[in-house]
Design a protein around this ligand. Structure first.
Ligand code: MN
Length: 195
């Protein structure tokens, strides 16, 4: 897997985003969800797979309610270092707007097939992956199910397990960054400096 598409789309000397070296992040693969106030607000859901962050844009953000199926649109692989990125991509650059680290942690692949664990790249390649998140806002099982290969459309759905909770709605009740505690407005304001 490669992040050449990521680099082609951006002027990294101007955007302030990481270039990326693709060193594995550690023992357990990481996930990150970045709230991105671009031309339309969305949540970028990213899973570490084979040295890159596989990425989807989730317009409504993830849910903790198993009956809520959230559209997730496949986007280009991002370098692992992107999981650390919070800040404002300047106007005129690709994806211009403010990025907030809404949740992050590690995940475990639980895509079992006939007593064998299907590797994450193969699971995603076949359009169906199950994994357990261990984040600050989200935890427990989630499924990614491809619904349209040509359009890169998937559904991100909470599995019905102990961590499922139809009453929680963290996207609206927990808007702050898990890294800095800031809101999108605060990040945007701080980066512009005093007016
Ligand atoms: Mn985005």
């Amino acid at each position: 897997m490669s992040t050449s598409e990521y680099r082609q789309k951006r002027d990294l000397s101007r955007s302030g985003e990481p270039r990326g070296s693709s060193e594995p992040s550690g023992e357990k693969p990481v996930f990150v969800i970045q709230k991105h106030d671009a031309s339309t607000l969305h949540y970028d859901f990213r899973l570490e797979v084979d040295g890159v962050l596989k990425s989807w844009a989730v317009p409504k953000g993830p849910s903790t309610d198993p009956s809520e199926k959230r559209l997730a649109i496949e986007t280009e692989d991002h370098p692992l270092e992107y999981a650390e990125f919070e800040g404002t991509i300047p106007e005129g650059e690709y994806g211009a707007g403010t990025v907030l680290i809404w949740d992050r942690g590690t995940y475990q692949n639980i895509t079992w097939k006939d007593d064998n664990l299907k590797p994450m790249d193969k699971a995603l390649g076949s359009g169906h992956a199950l994994f357990r998140l261990k984040g600050e806002k989200l935890s427990g099982g989630y499924a990614l199910q491809r619904i349209d290969d040509d359009e890169g459309h998937w559904l991100l759905v909470k599995m019905d397990d102990d961590e499922a909770d139809a009453r929680r709605n963290p996207v609206s009740t927990e808007p702050e960054s898990v890294v800095s505690g800031r809101t999108l407005e605060e990040i945007a304001g701080e980066e512009k400096g005093p007016s």
